[in-house]
Design a binder for this molecule. Structure first.
Ligand code: PLP
Length: 445
């Protein structure tokens, strides 16, 4: 293997060409903050300043940055075979990667469809649900149910089933035949809960109302078991079990979007296991390759796979796929990532740190303008009182203060969302929450 010398981290001299995603382009480009290198728990700026990663990139880098095992697997595969199609053709590493992933998913979810992102995984799962209902003769089941404040990426399917108003507003009529359950956020009863909140299982009963309204036309319900992007909403005790029960009662598929809860984040390989509810399908991305190469996937039950594939006439059974489904470099990264999760017991590490992390998060309870703190696994949300007439400003200023003090956090509206790599140690947790506490106090002064 050749030693690869990284290029010097040059600052770009023209910021105009890159239209940045989900970004305030004008504000960012007027005062850019750059990340140039990463290792373990840390990023480094172009001038070499260390920034502790409190967000695993974007809920992605669960095994920590720059893992040699993953980098070398990608390098080896790039040298052996850069690309091969998977449409009516195969290459061994895609099959190996699918088997590895199936080994990690909950029992019974053993068939894996590869995509390139969480958004594509969400849209794929929705299409599988529709194809399944049609294949079993329930052709009237064309309706898809999401949840208010849900995030399932930015494809038309995931965006429509998603429930974040700002993500939908600019884009016309979206997908037809979509409805939403209420979100589960109930701060009046659950504020400052540690772990699963006590109140709110009844929010799942709204599915009965949707069935009363739409009859037997519902194909699937898709939810994040723990909602991340909207600002960390933890499922109330009993809520997911109730949703499972109602889906079974009414012949509706249950899809968990595990793009952020998968790969150890909640202390088990997938959130489904920790939360004790197994869906019919689950989506994943991010931690799947430790984000070293883009990849997503959908794991589906035997019943769904068999109904669609075995029930079809000879020929293509499911008219869906991506040029890069099972891309060799992504497959190599996924295998190495799953192996790291196993050999280093990353879910176990998350579990072992969880109480310490929760104590640190809840120690901010008395900080000024903190109106709620919620946590589960290695995820925490700290909700701040917005400045009057200036939503998001307080959180954004705290974000900048933290970055300048050497800690990367994530904010959504006025909520700080934390999800460090699962290799974090206590001193990282101290540093992350200590820096946030100082930033919150400085902003209130
Ligand atoms: C639950 C969930 N689903 C889907 C997505 C979309 O993933 P991607 O950005 O890879 O398309 C995300 C991204 O944060 C997510 O959190």
């Amino acid at each position: 293997m050749n030693e690869i010398t990284p290029p010097p981290p040059l600052a770009p001299n023209d910021l105009s060409a890159f239209w940045m995603p989900f970004s305030a382009n004008r504000a960012y480009k007027s005062a850019p903050r750059m990340l140039a290198r990463a290792e373990g728990m840390s990023y480094f700026t172009p001038d070499g300043r260390e920034v502790i990663d409190g967000t695993a990139g974007l809920w992605c880098v669960n095994a920590g940055h720059g893992r040699r095992e993953i980098t070398e697997a990608i390098q080896r595969q790039a040298a052996v075979m850069d690309f091969a199609p998977t449409f009516n053709m195969g290459h061994p590493i895609a099959f190996q990667a699918a088997a590895k992933v199936a080994d990690m998913t909950p029992d019974g979810l053993d068939h894996v469809f590869f995509t390139n992102s969480g958004s594509e995984a969400a849209d794929t799962a929705l299409k599988v649900a529709l194809a399944y209902q049609r294949a079993r003769g329930q052709t009237q089941r064309v309706r898809l149910i999401g949840r208010e404040r849900g995030y399932h990426g930015v494809g038309f399917g995931g965006m429509s089933v998603g429930g974040i108003g700002a993500n939908r507003r600019q884009f016309g009529t979206l997908l037809p035949h979509v409805d939403h359950l209420p979100h589960t956020h109930a701060p009046e009863r659950n504020a400052f809960s540690r772990g699963l909140p006590e109140h709110g299982a009844h929010f799942a009963d709204a599915l009965e109302n949707l069935v009363a309204l739409h009859g037997d036309t519902i194909a699937a319900v898709m939810v994040e078991p723990l909602a991340g992007s909207t600002g960390v909403l933890i499922p109330p005790k009993g809520y997911l079990a109730r949703l499972r029960e109602l889906c079974d009662k009414h012949g509706i598929l249950l899809i968990f979007d595990e793009v952020i809860t998968g790969f150890g984040r909640l202390g088990t390989p997938f959130g489904a296991e920790r939360l004790g509810v197994i869906p019919d399908m689950l989506t994943m991305a991010k931690g799947l390759t430790n984000a070293a190469v883009p990849m997503g996937a959908v794991a589906v039950s035997d019943a769904i796979f068999t109904t669609i594939v075995e029930g079809a006439p000879a020929g293509i059974e499911f008219f869906h796929g991506y040029t890069y489904s099972g891309h060799p470099l992504a497959a190599a990264a996924a295998i190495a990532s799953v192996d790291l999760h196993r050999s280093e017991d990353l879910p176990g590490r998350a579990r072992a740190l969880e109480d310490y992390f929760a104590d640190a998060a809840h120690s901010l309870k008395s900080a000024p303008n903190v109106v709620d703190i919620r946590n589960f696994g290695l995820v925490a949300g700290i909700e701040l009182q917005p400045r009057r007439g200036k939503p998001t400003e307080r959180a954004m200023r705290i974000f900048h203060r933290c970055f300048d003090a050497g800690v990367l956090i994530r904010t959504t509206a006025d909520i700080i969302a934390l999800s460090p790599p699962l290799i974090a140690e206590r001193h990282h947790v101290d540093r992350i929450f200590g820096t946030i506490a100082e930033a919150i106090r400085a902003e209130a002064a």
